[in-house]
Write a protein that binds this ligand. Structure first.
Ligand code: GLN
Length: 381
């Protein structure tokens, strides 16, 4: 026997892989893992092909190709009025998850405390623990999942190194309000607390609400690592390209890890994205595109026995199923696959303590016909 100690003894396989596999096995409609079931723009594919034919097939520079970083800087300045220098404040990553992992790896020392809000996307806590950091959790509750800032203040100690925020929020679809931003500024003012801001759904925000990027607020931007995803932006989750924006001193630390983790990211795709980003409509139209899907899915479920929670952003709709069953959410989600032929994520997966409010998350980044079929099957319950 080889003696071996796991680095993450409590961690199993991510719920997204588990539910997608179950959905696949059962031939169910997969509204669990968040990814579009429709294709990206053919123009984007043509641009990748063009870049490959032009010979852009070797390593990109470690931080990403400069024209792409310049395009991101221009977009950020345009939308949020913030200046990020492409040379030393923007790094192209192999997707949002790598950006988040690298940001945590570059900043968290053993015993540093990191505050996260649960339900939380499942990659934060394991990364913190791997670095020897301590996860300080605050549980948010349905239906509104508002942050109680008095409680956050009580979690802060001299060891607090970072607060992780995610707006629009996965899985709940909530967004940060102006009052949250004011509290965050007051809380971090004159401290050394960093912010990791997971903004991968920045353009999927509804009802005319603005996205409150950390980039908009100089007091927050100076301490923030902002992570973004082209997968969510252009329906290309499988291409795994994202980026991280942070002040130069933080970006320098970020790149020390990035260079030995992935070194650099897929070159032809970076050229294609650079060109595709020139047409603002490609990302500015995303909110209306997904709002239509949200409204369609919600309208479909209106007459069901599911209770719809609010959804201000992201491509996830949470529902309460208490009128249908008092089973645990994991059990109900499994039964939904076999009996309704629809897969969802049980939201207890997003709580360390598996806190179960009887809520499931459906992904509505799907074709109209997929959503129609799913609604039809869910209405039979
Ligand atoms: N972000 C996607 C979700 O929340 C999944 C990403 C993944 O499977 N790692 O469903």
């Amino acid at each position: 026997m080889i003696a071996f100690q796991s680095k993450l003894p409590q961690t199993g396989t991510t719920i997204f892989a588990v539910m997608s596999a179950l959905a696949h096995e059962a031939g169910a409609i997969n509204l669990s893992q968040g990814f579009p079931d429709f294709d990206c723009s053919p123009d984007l594919i043509n641009l990748v092909t063009k870049a490959m034919k032009q010979g852009h097939n070797q390593y990109a520079p470690m931080p990403g190709i400069l024209p792409l970083r310049e395009a991101i800087a221009a977009k950020t300045q345009d939308l949020y009025g913030a200046v990020y220098h492409p040379e030393n404040e923007i790094t192209i990553t192999a997707g949002g998850t790598q950006a988040i992992f690298t940001a945590i790896c570059a900043t968290i020392h053993p015993n540093d405390e990191v505050i996260i809000f649960e339900p939380a996307y499942d990659c934060y806590a394991p990364a913190i623990r791997l670095m020897g950091g301590v996860v300080k959790r605050m549980e948010l509750e349905p239906p509104d999942y508002r942050i109680n800032w008095n409680m956050v203040r009580r979690l802060v100690s001299s060891r607090t190194k970072m607060i992780i925020l995610n707006s629009p929020h996965n899985p709940t679809g909530t967004i940060l309000q102006e009052s949250d931003i004011r509290e965050l500024i007051a809380l971090t003012n004159k401290t050394d607390i960093l912010i990791l801001s997971d903004e991968v759904y920045e353009h999927i925000i509804f009802d005319g609400q603005p996205h409150r990027s950390m980039a908009r607020y100089p007091e927050l931007a100076e301490r923030s690592l902002i992570c973004a995803s082209f997968g969510k932006l252009f329906h290309i989750t499988g291409w795994k390209v994202g980026y991280c924006m942070a002040p130069a001193w933080l970006t320098a630390e970020f790149r020390k890890i990035h260079q030995f983790n992935v070194f650099s990211v897929n070159t032809p795709i970076q050229f294609a994205l650079t060109e595709f980003l020139q047409v603002k409509e490609a990302y500015l139209s995303l909110a209306a595109f997904y709002q239509q899907k949200r409204d369609y899915f919600r309208a479909g479920l209106e007459s069901s026995r599911f209770k719809l929670l609010p959804c201000a952003g992201s491509y996830f709709q949470s529902v309460n199923y208490n009128q249908l069953s008092d089973e645990k959410d994991v059990d109900f989600a499994k039964r939904l696959i076999t009996e309704a032929g629809v897969a969802a994520i049980p939201n207890s997966a997003f709580y360390t303590k598996k806190t179960d409010f009887g809520i499931l998350r459906f992904c509505f980044a799907k074709k109209q016909e997929t959503l129609a079929k799913a609604v039809e099957q869910l209405l039979k319950l």
